[in-house]
Design a protein around this ligand. Structure first.
Ligand code: TXA
Ligand code: MG
Length: 334
């Protein structure tokens, strides 16, 4: 929990239009008053984020929705999704009200709303009684941070108020669902799946892969390259191990703890110290939880190449694989 002193500092800073880093259950967020155009502009400039990429607005609970979005014709869907998944890692798209400045939604007529579960974020929303715009607290295009240290190492010279709320529980950004379309559709896969949302609203939901129109960059959230490491990242699958590479210093990330690490190191012609794993037993939630932190740690460890195993595209595995494909996209043609 934030101590009273820190909490008051955070509130003061946000009330004055400042930007602070706050923990959420998904990833750390770079937060500012969503009602202030100037405050929101600072977020874009700290992240060096293009102004055509809209932000998510964080609210305390579903009763705040009506202040910032119009949900008339979507009332049933909104009621069902929010009662099932809020607070939690699900963002919904609705028509925006004018009280939210256009800069937040990058000129779009819709708004992305999310109700975070992390107690510190909630405590701040409760005290502040203002909606908070908060993208992930990383420089634009880089890996999203799931620890306060990760934020310090990339944005520490630009933001001095970073609230440490421990390791983010989920480790990947929230699922985004557009509930304004005829058939609701997933715009970004996350911990809450299309199947779970479909069950909750008792209607079909179009999963991400069913409608990704060639990763159209003009459509928010569809950037082909994102979450990129600086170090070359190459993906492999369970069925195909990377070939040994004696000319480069390589790190190997597996989904689960290898049964015989020495044998594996021999096969890869590497040392056991270069072999890493994201979970003990292949559990997707653990893989998601550890992915960004592991990638950033290895990105800072002077490897020439990071090899990372893909996951099966089921439950949160779809979101993990989505992030990995985007992270590796810039290295695909090298
Ligand atoms: O888990 C999360 O959602 C984290 C934490 C901090 O809450 N936030 C986050 O924000 O991931 P950001 O800015 O890194 O990603 C927001 C995504 C962007 O891809 C953006 O294009 C999409 O949300 N988005 C925002 N408003 C939208 C809108 N009106 N329509 C479609 N997509 C939108
Ligand atoms: Mg982001």
């Amino acid at each position: 929990m934030v101590t009273n002193h820190t909490l008051q500092d955070v509130i003061d800073r946000l009330q004055k239009g400042g930007v602070v880093v706050l923990p959420t259950e998904t990833v750390y967020g770079l937060a500012a008053n969503a009602l202030s155009e100037d405050a929101v502009r600072s977020i874009f400039s700290i992240k060096e984020r293009p102004l055509n990429d809209p932000l998510i607005v964080h609210v305390l609970d579903a009763t705040w929705i009506d202040r910032y979005a119009v949900c008339d014709e979507y009332y049933d869907r909104v009621k069902k999704v929010t009662s099932h998944f809020w607070p939690g890692p699900l963002t919904i798209i609705l028509p925006k009200r004018d009280v939210i400045p256009g800069i937040v939604s990058a000129g779009h007529s819709t708004i992305a709303l999310r109700c975070p579960e992390h107690p510190i974020f909630r405590e701040i929303l409760q005290s502040l009684q203002l909606p908070l715009a908060a993208p992930s607290a990383n420089p634009f295009g880089y890996i999203s941070p799931t620890t306060a240290d990760q934020v310090r190492s990339t944005l520490g010279d630009k933001v001095d108020l970073i609230v440490d709320g421990g390791n983010c529980r989920v480790g990947l950004e929230s699922t985004i669902v557009d509930i304004t379309s005829h058939i609701p559709k997933i715009l970004r896969p996350g911990a809450v799946t299309a199947a779970e949302i479909a069950r909750a609203i008792n209607e079909p939901v179009m999963d991400y892969e069913q409608h990704v129109v060639a990763l159209d960059p003009s459509c928010p959230g569809q950037l082909k390259q994102h979450y990129c490491t600086n170090t070359k990242l190459i993906l492999f699958t369970h069925a195909t191990l990377p070939q040994p590479n004696n000319n480069a210093h390589c790190a190997y990330i597996f989904n689960q703890k290898p049964i015989n690490i020495e044998e594996l190191a021999n096969t890869l012609s590497t040392t056991i110290g270069s072999i890493f794993w994201l979970s003990e037993d292949g559990n997707h939630k653990a893989i998601a939880h550890n992915l960004f932190k592991t990638l950033q740690t290895l990105d800072n460890a002077n490897y020439d190449i990071i090899y990372c195993e893909r996951t099966l595209r089921n439950d949160i595995g779809t979101a993990i694989d989505d992030r990995l494909l985007r992270a590796a996209a810039k290295f695909n043609n090298q």
